[in-house]
Design a protein around this ligand. Sequence first.
Ligand code: ARG
Ligand code: ZN
Length: 466
Amino acid sequence: RRPVLLDRRAVAVTVPVAVAALLTMAGPATAAGSVGAPGVGDPYFPLAGNGGYHVSHYGLTLRYDPGTGHLDGKAVITARATQGLSRFDLDLTGLKVTGLTVDHLEAAHRRDGQELVVTPARPLRKGQHFRVTVTYSGKPGPVTDPDGSLDGWIPTDDGAFVAGEPQGAMTWFPASNHPLDKSAYDFTVTVPEGRTAVANGVLLGQRTKDGRTTFRWRQTEPMAAYLATATVGKFQVKQYTTRDGTKVYDAVDPREATAAAPVLKKLPSVLEWGSRLFGPYPYRAAGSIVDHAPDVGYALETQTRPVYDRAPDVSTLVHESAHQWFGDSVSLTSWKDIWLNEGFATYAEWLYAEQHGGESAQQTFDALYATPADDPLWEFPPGDPGSGANIFATPVYARGAMTLQVLRNAVGDRVFSRVLRAWADEHRYGHGTTAQFERLAERESGKDLTALFRTWLYTPGKPATP
Ligand code: ARG
Ligand code: ZN
């Protein structure tokens, strides 16, 4: 989320969507088997992810020197082939691959844009479990997204702000870089003594030797690659366990500490609030990474532990916390469905305000509905952003949330709250599509909601009636 809701237009839309969707889901069959597709077929990011296998686990061992910006990495990727594979891809951009094995045998590999093309010594059979080990190094930097914003490994004055939505995971590890492929992660990150490396999940341990500290993190529940982080900086660290046993780890840049403290203090109560509304908090770990990264301009719901470019306000904390249910646990199937993440997280902000002495969600809706028809809010319908350049634009967030308010008014508070819980529950640790959400809302309410969703999600222009 960007700090000011309606200020997201500040990011210039300059870079056109470059890649045409000319993909087939599986490559041509060859005598030796078949070739894994270079992407999962996402209409906005055709090269994101890869065909022919699923990753169950990433073991990432990283060593980062903030002084020189140099990264040494080793990725051990455990996967299962979903088709015969004579060849498959990983996503990786920048960096130099220095070694690659598949099941301990040297494998041929080459780079082709963001694809790391791997030809194992022996073709893989459908259903086969296999392990890819990639060693790599170089000076990582961010990718520029279609909307002109940066994501991935973003160096800061004392480390790096690491947030990969939608594309940036491939700037720091070889990945199956699409939310369709969710995996467990282990991170071992070594940084100079005095710096802290914060990743997802539970801190297993830390050890300082010869002027360097190694942090070991474990993310057990499935995670999309874009939600991985290994943010590095000079941080003040606070650890505690909540009443219900969630392990909290906060890392805060001292320059943001005064502003952040009163907000981070609310995290346990915000997670309890979310658990009452959306069902049990999906993860064993939680926390916040508050960086000082003036060039970034957004926060990201990195799984279990959102990363903020500055001290967040309460609304932003609520937004990133709500994403733990909507976006992280229930993942997108396709980036065009992004309103399922951003509309829901924004609506959670409205609900939180309503229940904590602020404006009602209806008042927030009314204020937005009062904006003139030529306002950027009405530029495109949230269910059909049209391109990757629009996935973080105002209609996705604000009109996405407005859609939920219209739904709430149509079905009533009780049914609406059942819909939110059922969505989080039935797709927990998995995926959802907009069509599935529409069916679920119709099932729970017993109403035909076709016109409502058609108007609010898919029809261009400001809807004639609220
Ligand atoms: N999902 C984030 C949020 O709304 C925003 C990420 C923006 N990313 C970007 N590359 N601009 O919480
Ligand atoms: Zn968001």
